[in-house]
Design a protein around this ligand. Structure first.
Ligand code: 5CA
Length: 160
């Protein structure tokens, strides 16, 4: 099933398999680089797109992944309070170094480095959501209740 995927998407597919999930990474014809594009491509609401946003812990230097509903903007103060240190937005190089993927395709699993993972509780209201699958047009559909066990992440409020 994975032979037609590009190498980055295949890595995500293999990570899902290794974690015991049958979810299937698919590559869309059109770009799914942003939540709006992804929602258009798969025919869901923007809120059902799981954005994978990378931040850097300012004191520790660790990578932080906040998996956010496409409908929400992350309140960095809430995330900082949760982590116990301020965070800064990652630049493209830090995203690539931590995750192994380029901005626009960062998946929730299959990263190069272990990341601290936080999950937007608003994602849990949906029956199904879509997350990036390693490239700017790769996606997979999943049950949002699998996100926490799949990533080892904690569910939090990312907006007030
Ligand atoms: N494939 C889509 C839908 S899953 C996707 O990956 N969307 S995303 O929102 O998770 O990834 C794009 C995010 O990357 C943007 O929301 C933004 O937070 C971040 N981003 C975009 N440009 C930059 C940049 N120059 N530096 C750092 N982060 C950026």
């Amino acid at each position: 099933m994975t032979h037609n995927l590009s190498p980055s998407a295949r890595r995500v597919q293999e990570a899902l398999q290794a974690l015991g999930y049958a979810y299937e990474v698919v590559e869309a014809q059109q770009a799914t680089r942003t939540a709006a594009e992804a929602a258009r491509a798969v025919g869901c609401t923007v809120g059902q797109i799981a954005k994978s946003l990378i931040f850097r812990g300012v004191q520790s230097g660790r990578g932080v992944l906040v998996i956010t509903s496409g409908a929400n903007r992350v309140d960095e103060a809430l995330v900082a309070a949760e982590l116990g240190e301020p965070i800064a937005k990652a630049d493209a190089e830090f995203v690539r170094e931590q995750t192994g993927y380029a901005i626009g395709g960062v998946p929730p699993v299959g990263h190069r480095q272990p990341l601290v993972v936080l999950i937007d509780r608003d994602l849990l209201q949906y029956e199904a959501i879509w997350a990036a699958g390693g490239t700017p047009n790769a996606l997979f559909r999943l049950d949002p209740r699998d996100l926490a066990p799949m990533t080892g992440g904690r569910v939090i409020a990312v907006t007030r």
